[in-house]
Design a protein around this ligand. Sequence first.
Ligand code: MG
Length: 299
Amino acid sequence: MSFFEAHDPEFSTYVLGNAPVKQLATGFDWVEGPVWFGDANCLLFSDIPNNRIMRWTPGEGVSIYREPSNYSNGHTRDLQGRLISCEHGTRRVTRTEYDGSITVIAERFEGKRLNSPNDVVVKSDGSIWFTDPHYGIMTNYEGYKSEQELPCHVYRVDPTSFSIAAVVIDMDCPNGLAFSPDETSLYVADTGAMFKEDADRHIRKYDVENDTLKNGANFHTVSPGASDGLRIDSDGNIWSSAADGVHCISPAGKLLGKILVPELVSNVCFGGRAKHQLFITATTSLYAITLNRQGVQSP
Ligand code: MG
């Protein structure tokens, strides 16, 4: 069987013909939020409905990293390597300090509770950018069913003052997000309002101007499915989740090819010795594939 589907000849140079899509672990309910810790030689990822963060270590397999996890979803690391987590259950973004204590980064905007922070990235100036759709409070599956107090925005947390600014206010349900390698662009996936059949589902691209975003425009629509999570390689290609696997999209917005995965994919992240492995969270399982590409996401 082939693990790939090329839509452009360029894509064949990104993949390795003898590198499989490998299932590393299974038996979860809905996995998300992969983040690589090269210094600890492990990957952390969320098993959201089971309220835990899992750890996968090469040669050892999976173990529980944190339980309960406050129904954590997306993760990243800051410039100091600390874990940054989006938590549905507590409707906040947190940082895990070196001693294990938890610092709250964001939980309210203009006095109102956030919805259910979903995914997060850190810019090279230390600012923390996260999306806040309503998925974690619409039902009791991935958190606690509750009232929505705010629209679904994208926020930026200032690295020194910790002040929070809404930087995207015109999307249905912003979800995955990633900066281009030079940080002049921010890609934000919109997965659409829950229970709304004709919802907008596309990746939008914004120009980054200082601490704000300008000129938001639809960049690419993933099909089948939607872009839930996405990461960028060193040439600026976008690797996005989709219903049939992982789609590789050029900086011009063209679908270059697909990695075919047998389960609905939620998110991806680069890791491994040379950031050349793509870890894939997909419904009940964690997968990985080695690519002829390198990721750029922090750190
Ligand atoms: Mg997500």
